[in-house]
Structure formats: structure tokens, C-alpha cells
Design a protein around this ligand. Structure first.
Ligand SMILES: NC(=O)c1ccc[n+]([C@@H]2O[C@H](COP(=O)([O-])OP(=O)(O)OC[C@H]3O[C@@H](n4cnc5c(N)ncnc54)[C@H](OP(=O)(O)O)[C@@H]3O)[C@@H](O)[C@H]2O)c1
Length: 280
């Protein structure tokens, strides 16, 4: 696994997304065994960064992560857990309460990275950061970050945070370049901030693209002996070969989970990076 190092902290290039873990927009406990098995395989494969949110499955995604970590006796200090506070909970008291609830569901006494999930124009960011700064001082949160923030909002967050903002989580993939075009990617690369690429592979055309296929063929044996790289691996490799970019694909399929982790080790040539960047 390759890492990005920000402020003495190492973020694995590939983490584990959980947007649909536990049901998606509501908690569906009838499939807990399936979701716990997906988390167990991710932990066994060596995923250490888990990305979740209080919004996912109404908090049930956090509960499942907490359970899986306990049931597998995984050492908490070996994990990097990111969770997020939903935009309807950004007032001072609500942030503090949301954090307590996330800690309880995750069965932990600290969150490694706590993100503002989406900006909320109706709550001054200053008020939100008053609570977030307090959570860091109290040791309940190690690092602060944001999600879906453009450069202007990110700069505002930086000015209000008493500790460095270490990440902005945004949609970024071969087919979604909004935040590369609007300057966010460049700003983060120049200012030591991680760009966490969400929804990095969920695009139907990936599975049938000729450029991806020919690059995958060229990487025969590069990650697994006697095997081609997959098209999804090349799509992920394009992201994580970029400085300051990490990705958090979600998969409940152990084979896909394994392939996604391995994608971090694919070294693309400058020409392959160019060909992929030219795709639309
Ligand atoms: N901050 C935000 O506002 C925000 C918004 C959206 C997402 N996120 C985060 O980003 C994570 C990832 O985004 P996402 O869940 O939207 O989409 P994604 O990870 O791009 O795509 C997930 C889909 O791709 C499939 N897949 C994954 N790896 C594959 C592989 N190697 N080969 C073939 N298919 C593969 C999965 O199916 P299988 O299970 O069958 O593998 C699943 O259906 C989320 O889970 C969440 O943690 C954050």
C-alpha cells in the first residue's frame, strides 16, 4: 500500500467507502450478516481507512463498523476512521451531540478525521468550527476536514480551524472532474491537503472502455502474477497516481475489495496518465 503523508499522519491511498453499508437512506438490519461479512473481509485484506458518516443508513453504517472492529479484535490504533457530520447538525450544540452519537455507534473514544459533510449556508461556519475546535481540544477528534467544499469555502474553513484542515472529500473520477476544473485539486496539492476522491469507480462505461482495456493489458502481472489489471483498477490507479489524492471505493464483494487495494500499487507511466486524463 502507498500512503500520503500530511502533518505526520499517513493516509492509505485506498480506503473503504460505506455509503450503502447497512441500508443507505434507512437502517436495514435484516442484512447485517452480509454487511458484517463484507467488513470482516475488508479488515482481513488489510483496509485500515474506513470512510463513513452519521447520515449513512441513519447511523447504522457507523454501528456496523464499530461491531466489526470489536468482533475481529482489530486494534483501534491500527485503523483510521473518518466520519462526517450532516449539514442539518452544524450548529454548536448539534455538532457536539452528533459527535457523541458517532463515537457511541462506532464504539470508540476518538474519531481520526471528522468532516463537515456538506456546507450549510444557513449556519455560519464560524459556529460549526467553534464546536469542532473544542472536539479536537477534548481529544475526541484527531483531525478536521471538510467535504463538498469549493476553494472559497475551504479557505474559510482553514481560517476558522485551530488545527490544519487535512482533507476535502469531493467527487473525483475519470468521469467526474468538476473539482479538478474549478481549482480545488490544485489548491489542495499546493497547500498540503488531501483530496479524498469519492464515487471513484461507479460509472458504467468503465467496464467497456478501450483505452482502459489497453492500459490494463499493458499491466499484465504488475500486481498479481499471471493476471491482467482490471479496468476498475486502472481507473483507481489514475486517481491515486496523482499527488495528494486518495480514494475510497465501496465494495461488498471480497474480490473487488482485494483488487481495489492492489490498485494502489499500479504505477502508471506519464503517457498512460495523459491518455486517461484525456478520456471523457
Ligand atoms: N462526501 C460525500 O458527499 C460522499 C458522497 C458519495 C460517496 N461518498 C463516499 O465515497 C464512497 C465511494 O463512493 P460510492 O459508494 O458512491 O461509489 P463507488 O465506490 O465509486 O462505487 C461503488 C460501486 O462500484 C462497485 N465496485 C467497486 N469496486 C469495484 C471493482 N473493483 N470492480 C467492479 N465493481 C466495483 C461496487 O459494487 P460491488 O459491491 O459489487 O463491488 C459498487 O456498486 C462511499 O461509499 C462513501 O463512503 C462520500
Amino acid at each position: 500500500m502507498k500512503f500520503e503523508t500530511i502533518n505526520n499522519f499517513q493516509a492509505p491511498k485506498i480506503g473503504f467507502g460505506t455509503a450503502q453499508l447497512g441500508g443507505r437512506f434507512f437502517a436495514n438490519r435484516s442484512r447485517d450478516a452480509f454487511y458484517l461479512s463484507a467488513l470482516r473481509s475488508a479488515l482481513e485484506l488489510g483496509y485500515t481507512h474506513f470512510d463513513t458518516a452519521d447520515f449513512y443508513s441513519f447511523g447504522h453504517a457507523e454501528e456496523l463498523i464499530g461491531r466489526a472492529v470489536c468482533e475481529t479484535n482489530t486494534k483501534r490504533e491500527n485503523l483510521f476512521i473518518t466520519t462526517k457530520v450532516w449539514p442539518t447538525r452544524l450548529t454548536y450544540n448539534k455538532v457536539l451531540r452528533a459527535c457523541e452519537n458517532s463515537l457511541r455507534r462506532l464504539q470508540t473514544d476518538y474519531i481520526d478525521l471528522y468532516l463537515v459533510h456538506w456546507p450549510n449556508p444557513f449556519v455560519p461556519l464560524k459556529e460549526t468550527f467553534r464546536a469542532l475546535n473544542e472536539l479536537v481540544k477534548d481529544g475526541k477528534v484527531k483531525h478536521l476536514g471538510v467535504s463538498n467544499f469549493n476553494v472559497k469555502l475551504l479557505k474559510e474553513a482553514q481560517s476558522l480551524s485551530e488545527t490544519p484542515i487535512i482533507a476535502d472529500q469531493v467527487p473525483y473520477s475519470l468521469s467526474e472532474r468538476r473539482y479538478a476544473k474549478n481549482g480545488l485539486l490544485e489548491y489542495c496539492q499546493q497547500n498540503n491537503i488531501l483530496v479524498t476522491a469519492y464515487t471513484p469507480v461507479s460509472h458504467g462505461w468503465i467496464a467497456a472502455n478501450q483505452t482502459l482495456q489497453s492500459i490494463a493489458d499493458a499491466h499484465y502481472g504488475s500486481v498479481v502474477p499471471n493476471h491482467h489489471a482490471t479496468l476498475h483498477q486502472i481507473a483507481l490507479a489514475w486517481l491515486v497516481n496523482q499527488p495528494r489524492v486518495i480514494a475510497i471505493p465501496m465494495s461488498f464483494n471480497p474480490q473487488h475489495q482485494k483488487e481495489n487495494l492492489e490498485a494502489a500499487d499500479i504505477q502508471l507511466t506519464p503517457s498512460e496518465m495523459e491518455q486517461l486524463s484525456a478520456l471523457r
